[in-house]
Design a protein around this ligand. Structure first.
Ligand SMILES: Nc1ncnc2c1ncn2[C@@H]1O[C@H](COP(=O)(O)OP(=O)(O)OP(=O)(O)O)[C@@H](O)[C@H]1O
Length: 224
């Protein structure tokens, strides 16, 4: 089953001059695939990922996620869809600094409102443990190290059991040991939970070990 189907995707920026940044991009990704998106700086990787994550809605073409068309949906609809189906890990985590690690992880699930608080809390603690950061659960996010914050952010991205996990340089500010942990976790999500993982990365080692690599150049997919 295809979790993601992209067809004839074009993206333009109009400032400072009209610039076509994505050119007729098309590809499909199956459930449980672990895909690395690579390419030179400026080739359009982040632009593509922001469109796929539904955070940028200004595009031409078609983006289907879990059989739903993203084009033409309201922001409210997209926010609810995103919260349930997509986990997103940024290079810089964007945790809420005044909330504890545990509260940060629980937040998307509280918003979704499908499970009682106790159950959400247990799942959040399990995820923090999986990422080896459970000892920091009660600490305010602002007080954690960069690597710890990133691991909490990954736990937060996974709390609603999304069918797709997207990352923009998710290991960009981690040391090699933490990067290896994150890579191993993504691999496990894909293999054991059939979650699709889509990661933009400059890390050659990371890209080589993914199931599949999509290589971008000048706004087009040239390989993968
Ligand atoms: N908000 C914007 N307005 C105008 N142009 C933009 C905007 N964001 C990105 N661009 C341009 O779009 C092109 C693709 O940028 P993008 O960030 O997607 O590249 P990238 O492959 O992710 O690069 P990097 O590896 O350096 O992060 C670049 O030429 C960039 O200057």
């Amino acid at each position: 089953m295809n979790v993601l189907e992209v067809a004839n995707l074009n993206k333009y920026f109009i400032e400072p001059v009209r610039n076509q940044v994505l050119k007729d991009v098309g590809f499909q990704v199956k459930a449980g695939e672990f895909v690395a998106i690579t390419g030179k700086s400026g080739s359009g990787k982040s632009t593509l990922l922001y469109l796929l994550s539904t955070m940028d809605t200004d595009f031409e073409g078609s983006i289907m996620i879990n059989g739903e068309q993203m084009k033409g949906k309201t922001n409210r609809w997209l926010a609810a869809f995103r919260n349930q189906h997509i986990g997103f890990v940024f290079q810089f985590h964007y945790l809420l600094p005044e909330f504890t690690s545990l509260e940060n992880v629980m937040l998307p699930a509280r918003k979704l409102g499908l499970y009682p608080k106790e159950q959400i809390e247990q799942r959040a603690l399990d995820l923090l443990k999986l990422l080896d950061v459970d000892s920091q659960a009660a600490k305010r996010a602002a007080l954690l190290s960069g690597g710890q914050q990133q691991r909490v952010a990954i736990a937060r991205a996974l709390i609603n059991d999304p069918s797709i996990v997207m990352g923009d340089e998710p290991t960009g500010n981690l040391d090699s040991a933490n990067s290896a942990t994150v890579f191993g976790l993504f691999k496990e999500l894909a293999k054991e939970r059939q979650q699709t993982v889509l990661v933009v990365t400059h890390d050659e080692d990371f890209a080589r070990r993914a199931d599949r690599r999509i290589y971008m150049a000048d706004g087009q997919i040239v390989e993968g």
